[in-house]
Design a binder for this molecule. Structure first.
Ligand SMILES: [Zn+2]
Length: 236
């Protein structure tokens, strides 16, 4: 069946059924667009046609007024609540996303550990050269240690948060091609990256159990991924 449609006061077409559905999916043809095909007595609003779209969830055809567009797919009103729920929980992508496994993530942690170890070595030498060697009393030494630990802690927070926020992963993860995403597939905001770091400290308190969760979880989530609703993937 060939369709005609009105756009900007012009009559366009004919387009075949497949092209017509694509135009609708791409938003060229919207609910208010006037359309016509042979056999119709008059032009109709697209939303009023009996034009059936296929629901990507249940596979059944419905009139377009009964459907909600999602990207290039259409979801029927029956499936919509379940579909929205799936988006919210992040399970929509469960079968399609290449989640990074435990050993890859373990490797990334090791690389980050080495990088931070080297950085901290430099920090220690630097601070010791400037402050440490001038210390004469025990109180000063304690303050010195406190300074070093605070500095290293701040450095650890900045390293993780800024890299995850700007690049989707720490250098260790980036080297191994891993990326941290939100459940809905989006990038992490600065706040969420910081929150995920705080959550990973909770994971650290579990003495490895929180990390091992990634090995058995169906979406390979560590404890802090569950807390922050994030996922670690390895894009192909
Ligand atoms: Zn459906």
């Amino acid at each position: 069946m060939n369709w005609y449609y009105a756009s900007g006061g012009e009559k366009l077409g004919p387009v075949d059924q497949g092209a017509f559905q694509r135009l609708a999916a791409e938003g060229v043809i919207v609910d208010s667009t006037l359309v016509w095909h042979e056999g119709l007595t008059d032009w109709q609003r697209y939303a009023d046609t009996e034009q059936a779209m296929y629901c990507t969830e249940c596979g059944k055809p419905f009139p377009v007024g009964f459907m909600m567009p999602y990207g290039r797919s259409w979801i029927c009103a029956n499936c919509k609540p379940r579909f929205v729920q799936k988006i919210r929980e992040g399970t929509l992508f469960a079968k399609t996303l290449p989640y990074a496994g435990f050993w890859l993530r373990f490797g990334a942690k090791m690389i980050d550990g080495v990088i931070m170890w080297v950085v901290n070595m430099f920090v220690n030498f630097f601070l010791m050269g400037f402050i440490g060697l001038r210390l004469r009393n025990p109180g000063g030494a304690l303050a010195y240690m406190g300074t070093i630990y605070s500095f290293q802690f701040a450095l650890g927070v900045a390293y993780e948060t800024i890299f995850v926020w700007r690049y989707g992963g720490t250098p260790g993860k980036l080297i191994l091609g891993l990326k941290i995403i939100r459940a809905d597939g989006g990038d992490l905001s600065f706040g969420l990256a910081l929150g995920r770091y705080a959550a990973s400290m909770v994971t650290n308190f579990t003495v490895g159990v929180g990390y091992l969760m990634a090995a058995v979880d169906d979406e390979k989530r560590a404890l802090h991924d569950r807390l922050c609703n994030t996922r670690v993937i390895k894009p192909q």
